[in-house]
Design a protein around this ligand. Structure first.
Ligand SMILES: [Zn+2]
Length: 245
């Protein structure tokens, strides 16, 4: 929720206003936090305008400390192009971090864990990086996790091609060894976003790590469903046996 609140600016002890997104999920207990803002101060940190705030979590009764990068709002742009800033109004640039963080691994279905233990491991490392605000690393991690999931699923469907699948590009693997269109689309689009995470220039600039995560969630769902259907198909009728008894 975007809120506007007054805080004291440390360097001149003046009251200023900051518009920023308050924390909605407690980093410690992961519950939606009705943020009870206790204290905050505007100060310079490493030459950057910073807002540090303390909130109280009503779920786990912990004190949550968050740090935001902020900047002065523009009051007006003059006809000659020069910009005048408002000295007392700030806006949020980014949330740097929130602490304490109590990391909880994500649980996956047993069938999926068996299909791709590496996916589960790498996904949880990426999630941990994200929880600790290492977003640049997290994106790469999700991209790597995706590759394990897709390749392990392709190997599961084509066990005789295992060596080939392991050493081929993920996109080629999708085209040649996976026939479910939904899985193909989701994996391909996740790969697009994932590649941006690894390169200097971002191509999909309207998409981010959250889109990739929701595509991976949907992939996990479709692949898990496929594993359940395969399991159901192995069931044999026991009627014949029952008749003979
Ligand atoms: Zn909490």
């Amino acid at each position: 929720m975007n809120i506007r609140k007054s805080f004291t600016r440390k360097n001149d002890n003046t009251g200023v206003y900051v518009s920023y997104d308050s924390i909605e999920e407690c980093p410690n207990c992961k519950k939606a936090l009705a943020p009870q803002n206790l204290y905050g101060i505007v100060h310079l940190k490493n030459d950057k305008e910073t807002l540090s705030v303390a909130d109280f979590c009503n779920g786990c009764h912990s004190l949550i400390v968050s740090e935001y990068e902020i900047s002065k709002k523009i009051r007006r742009t003059n006809s000659n192009g020069t910009v005048e800033y408002d000295d007392k109004e700030y806006k949020m640039v980014s949330l740097n971090h929130s602490a304490p963080v109590n990391f909880k691994e994500r649980e996956f279905d047993d069938k999926l864990k068996k299909l791709s233990p590496q996916f589960v491991k790498v996904y949880n490392q990426a999630l941990k990086a994200e929880d600790f605000s290492l977003d640049e690393i997290a994106g790469l991690g999700y991209r790597k996790a995706l590759e394990f999931l897709i390749k392990d699923f392709a190997i599961y469907n084509n066990p005789e091609k295992e060596e080939e699948i392991k050493s081929t590009w993920m996109m080629k693997c999708l085209k040649e060894y996976i026939d479910n269109e939904k899985i193909k689309t989701l994996a391909e689009k996740s790969e697009w976003i994932g590649n941006d995470e690894a390169h200097y220039v971002k191509i999909q600039d309207d998409r981010d790590i959250n889109d990739m995560k929701s595509f991976i969630d949907a992939l996990v769902y479709f692949i898990s469903m496929s594993l359940i259907v395969d399991d159901a198909q192995t069931m044999k009728s026991k009627k014949e046996n029952a008749k003979n008894e």
